[in-house]
Design a protein around this ligand. Structure first.
Ligand code: FES
Length: 130
């Protein structure tokens, strides 16, 4: 069974092949619906789309992304389409992390991975305004 290591939470869990990251994190008591740069996690824990890939609050960075399913169409829509719903944060967060950012609710685990919850969003960095 694959092992998922949550780096910020310093926790490892064993999960069934093909299980979804957000569901397994919830079972382990880990909130992946984080806020932006440390703010809003307590609100987003309850105010989110409940795993439909629409709110974008369950953004994570994954090491070992080859051990997950392909990026889904919902993730592409959420990461690349600003204003749907009117929330630019997932689009901003995706810039510079195209190779390892996923939505936890859309990510199926097929092998060992490391997960960074609530990755920082560089609101004023070179990537966004360049
Ligand atoms: S829970 Fe809303 S996008 Fe994952």
């Amino acid at each position: 069974m694959p092992i998922v290591k949550f780096t910020k939470e310093n926790k490892e869990i064993e999960v069934p092949v093909g299980s979804y990251l957000r569901e397994e994190a919830i079972k382990a008591g880990i909130n992946l619906n984080c806020g932006v740069n440390g703010y809003g996690a307590s609100v987003n824990k309850f105010m989110n789309c409940k795993g439909f890939g629409m709110c974008g609050t369950c953004r994570v960075l994954i090491t070992g992304i080859q051990n997950t399913n392909q990026l889904t169409k919902r993730e592409l829509l959420r990461f690349k389409t600003p204003g749907f719903p009117p929330d630019p944060i997932p689009c901003l967060a995706y810039v510079g992390h195209e190779d390892n950012m996923r939505l936890a609710c859309m990510t199926q685990i097929n092998g060992d991975i490391e997960v960074e919850s609530g990755p920082e969003v560089n609101l004023f960095g070179d990537n966004f305004f360049s």
